[in-house]
Design a protein around this ligand. Structure first.
Ligand SMILES: CCC[C@H](NC(C)=O)C(=O)O
Ligand SMILES: NC(=O)OP(=O)(O)O
Length: 318
């Protein structure tokens, strides 16, 4: 594996899950594989889980790790080519990327959708410039349209807790005061569609995701029908994808907040969320604190997904 940007990059999912199980049971078995290799983690946006779990994964493999917050301490970067740089941007990404590439062996990048241009976001203009100009393997730590490290951890978690070979997994939209990316939802859809689970998406009218991510999933606008007999409820907010509302909040209907009443419609379903989560907007205190809430083991599995991916890239490229 050269780059890790989507579900297709990791190859056969069964094999990937077996590798993840080995990593989880033997976290320190490969401390030589990353010796004298450097992971550079670049953040254009905030992070807790990705920042900590991916660093830990690198350390477990014997790597050196550097973390750079682009908008705190580094020069503000111009990302558009052809712009006259007479504004507040000091350096162009086309110099910064190869320079950063010269200091490391693997690059992790977090660069959320900017909502300025749907075309630029959905063409992954920033992530693809790192792939094109760094000269190094690149891992997406959430880009404009996907969050593969999160989705891999989500799959690992579902496989650990599922009580039936083909669980009913429901992705439900929930309200949030700010316009959030579609990336986590898109990515979850992409990974769920790569399994043989029964996968259902439920959201209000106007929050339809890009068809290329929805794929074979069933879209159910009636949330109560969606929740019925579910084995996993995966909650996430996302802003509107369809024009003319791309990147906008068009609904704050609190009836979509995940609560005990709706969870009672399920097959004693587990609750999942990638975190950070706005309590009593996305999910009630009662549900996220319940024995069926998997948000903490789900977050813990982020180290497993990152270490599995880093190990594969180290094995295949050095
Ligand atoms: C892991 C989630 C990151 C981000 N969340 C926020 C709050 O920006 C999102 O919704 O994509
Ligand atoms: N789930 C996730 O990626 O969390 P952070 O944004 O805190 O890294």
């Amino acid at each position: 594996m050269r780059n890790f940007t989507c579900v297709h990059d990791i190859g056969n999912l069964k094999s990937a899950l077996e590798k993840a199980t080995y990593v989880k049971e033997n976290p320190f078995a490969d401390q030589q594989i990353g010796k004298n290799k450097t992971l550079l983690m670049i953040f254009f946006n905030s992070s807790l889980r990705t920042r900590l779990s991916t660093q830990k994964a690198g350390f477990n493999l014997g790597m050196n790790v550097i973390v750079l917050d682009i908008n705190q301490g580094a020069w503000k970067l111009e990302t558009e080519r052809g712009v006259v740089m007479d504004g507040d941007k000091t350096e162009h990404i086309l110099e910064a990327i190869p320079v950063m590439g010269s200091y490391c062996d693997i690059i992790g990048v977090r660069s959320f959708a900017q909502f300025k241009s749907k075309e630029d976001d959905y063409n992954e203009v920033i992530l693809n410039q790192f792939i094109q100009y760094s000269g190094k393997p690149v891992i997406s730590m959430e880009a404009a349209t996907r969050h593969p490290l999160q989705s891999f951890a989500d799959l690992i978690t579902i496989e650990e807790y599922k009580k039936t070979p083909r669980p009913k997994v429901v992705l439900t939209w929930a309200p949030h005061p700010k316009p959030l990316p579609q990336a986590v939802a898109n990515s979850f859809c992409e990974w769920m569609n790569a399994t043989d689970y029964e996968f259902v998406i439920t959201h209000p009218e106007g929050y339809e995701l890009d068809e290329k991510f929805v794929g074979k999933a069933r879209v159910e606008y009636d949330k109560e029908k969606a929740y019925k007999d579910a084995d996993f409820i995966y909650a996430k907010n996302w802003s509107a994808y369809r024009d003319p509302n791309y990147g906008k909040v068009i609904n704050m209907d609190k009836s979509w907040t995940v609560d005990a009443r709706k969870m009672a419609l399920t097959n004693n379903a587990y609750f999942m969320h990638c975190l950070p989560v706005r309590r009593n907007m996305i999910v009630t205190d009662e549900v996220i604190e319940s024995p069926q809430s998997l948000v903490i083991p789900e977050a813990a599995n982020r180290m497993v997904s990152a270490q599995t991916v880093l190990k594969e890239i180290l094995k295949d490229n050095f």
